[in-house]
Design a protein around this ligand. Structure first.
Ligand code: FES
Length: 193
């Protein structure tokens, strides 16, 4: 992968050589890819990126994107273009739980800004930052398709809706006590194709 593809991030060849999906993740990836005809493997890019993000610590490093490009037999720049477009992919290290608060019309009208401010104060971070203990990152997102239950946030594969300050407290406490990386691969991809 050329340095132009990943901006200021250094591409570490030694790290790239060690990257590998777990057997279970590779089996899932191959199953997803098999749904597409030969030469059209790129169509599986979005779910494979979710798997890569879950397998490699919650973010997509230049090395991880290069690995995905190899699996799908496409160019690394094609992976980067997609990964840098969608907000659900992280291009820098993040906390184990990424709280993505929707800020679009319905959520905004129902207090999303106040929810964001409340989380910022509670976790002592700003949007785009991660807590010192590496547990939480805070992001804002555009409409997540749950407008009828605004305001809402997403964390990994889970939606938390009709948010109140009290509910936010409970959500954060539950994630903190669980202490695990939350990812989109909590979903069963076989049932989402
Ligand atoms: S506006 Fe927030 S989910 Fe649609």
């Amino acid at each position: 992968m050329s340095s132009q593809v990943h901006g200021t991030q250094h591409f570490d060849k030694a790290k790239r050589a060690t990257l590998k999906f777990s057997d279970e993740a590779m089996k899932t990836a191959q199953d997803i890819i098999s749904h597409y005809p030969e030469g059209k493997q790129k169509s599986a890019l979005l779910p494979i990126l979710h798997i890569a993000q879950a397998e490699f610590g919650g973010w997509l490093s230049p090395e991880a994107m290069d690995y995905v490009a190899d699996i799908l037999k496409i160019k690394p720049i094609e992976v980067f273009e997609v990964a840098s477009f969608y907000t659900m992919y992280n291009l820098k290290p993040m906390g184990k739980c990424v709280l993505e608060v929707c800020q679009t019309s319905s959520c905004w009208l129902n207090g999303a800004e106040d929810i964001v401010k409340y989380i910022e104060k509670k976790l002592n971070i700003k949007v785009g930052e991660t807590t010192k203990d590496g547990m939480f990152s805070l992001k804002v997102a555009e409409c997540l398709g749950s407008c009828g239950t605004a305001p809402m946030l997403q964390c990994g594969a889970s939606y938390h809706e009709n948010l109140t300050y009290d509910k936010v407290d409970k959500i954060i406490e539950a994630y903190r006590s669980e202490g695990k990386l939350k990812s989109y691969t909590d979903l069963d991809y076989k049932n989402t194709l």
